[in-house]
Design a protein around this ligand. Structure first.
Ligand code: COI
Length: 354
């Protein structure tokens, strides 16, 4: 690892004994420590790991009012011999800095990111669930810290990583509503960034979709409401005929998912034809009606691979039976197998924390 000025202050007691590893709710259990760094006078400093605790934040904190807030989601797992492992951490470091650039926030140095993740996971390794499919979810995030009322770029920031042991994010197949009134992201907007505001804007349409019996929204493009984008909590894949199609990232409207990129690589390796391209909701519905839509599934760090059973669009529905899916379970098994070392990591995606 890099030479470090990292200060580590350990918690006096651990909460680990309170955790029931067989029954972990997503996002509600937090480990004993967190990583923190502060940005001021144009540079990051005071890199530290400290006991997990609440922050005291000024009511005029600029992030709360004007939304300079970005985050990542990544996972640590354990190998069969019990070694903690990270999954593609460098990609998360790159992605948070793409988000930072879009939100006019300072890049967080890659070496510090890697060191922070690495040392935190080393310290919290006993919190990593051993069951395949469960993991220690790592949440790096950055918020503006200026105390000021007025729309301007903050000069101070906080970068934090905390950890939650988690099971699967979705425990059942999903019903998606293709949204025809509200949008998540337009070209030129912040859709590709993991910006907190993207999620805030998705809540109201998602609540409406839930009131109509759906679980999540399938976002369509902002110009024509014609092309599928993503689900907000995950990227989306459609198996149509003998191809697997997923919306392209070049429009800048969807999150450049690390699970998405991993699944594309696995699919190609297994001999599937993958198309990354704009895909019309009309094409999806028509394929559903004629029977060539074989599978629909989402991909994300939290969701891993989540089956979709229904797509609703303009009062019409396509219903599939995920019990018949073959590609999605193969992908889930492969990604979980790589993360647990049950399968060989031929891509060099995992990084051991030793
Ligand atoms: C992730 O997949 O890591 C996310 O940030 C999505 C969120 C719904 C938990």
């Amino acid at each position: 690892m890099i030479e470090t000025s990292l200060n580590i202050k350990k918690a006096e007691t651990s909460k680990l004994h309170l955790l029931d590893f067989d029954n972990i709710p997503f996002g509600k259990v937090f480990t004993d420590h967190m990583y923190v760094a502060d940005y001021k006078d144009g540079e990051w400093g005071d890199f530290r790991i400290e006991p997990f605790a609440k922050f005291s934040i000024h009511p005029a904190n600029i992030a709360w009012h004007y939304g300079q807030s970005i985050f990542e989601g990544m996972k640590a797992t354990k190998s069969i011999d019990g070694t903690p492992m990270l999954f593609r951490p460098e990609m998360h470091s790159k992605r948070i800095n793409r988000s930072a650039e879009r939100l006019c926030m300072p890049a967080f140095p890659k070496d510090a990111f890697m060191e922070g993740i690495y040392e935190l996971v080393k310290l919290e390794q006993n919190w990593i669930p051993k069951q395949e499919g469960s993991a220690l979810y790592l949440r790096p995030f950055m918020i503006a810290m200026d105390e000021f009322i007025g729309v301007q770029v903050s000069k101070t920031y906080k970068f934090v990583i905390f950890c939650c042991p988690v099971g699967p994010y979705y425990s059942k197949s999903l019903r998606l509503k293709a949204e025809t009134k509200y949008i998540r992201a337009a070209e030129g907007g912040t859709g590709y960034a993991k910006a907190a505001g993207n999620y805030a804007g998705s809540l109201y349409p998602t609540e409406l979709a839930k009131s109509e019996g759906y679980d999540q929204v399938l976002w369509l493009d902002a110009k024509e409401f014609k092309y599928a984008q993503e689900v907000g909590t995950m990227n989306i894949f459609f198996a149509i005929g003998d191809k697997v199609i997923t919306p392209s990232i070049k429009e800048g409207t969807i999150l450049e998912g690390i699970t998405r990129s991993s699944l594309i690589a696995i699919l190609k390796e297994k001999g599937h034809t993958v198309e990354e391209r704009p895909i019309e909701i009309g094409e999806i519905m028509a394929a559903g009606k004629e029977g060539s839509l074989k599978e629909v599934f989402g991909a994300g760090t939290a969701a891993v691979v989540a089956n979709v059973k229904t797509i609703g669009y303009n009062g019409d529905e396509v219903n599939l039976n995920p019990d018949n899916y073959k590609i999605s379970p193969m992908l889930k098994d492969t990604i979980n197998g790589i993360r647990s070392t049950r399968l060989e990591d031929t891509h060099g995606w995992t990084v051991k924390v030793v």
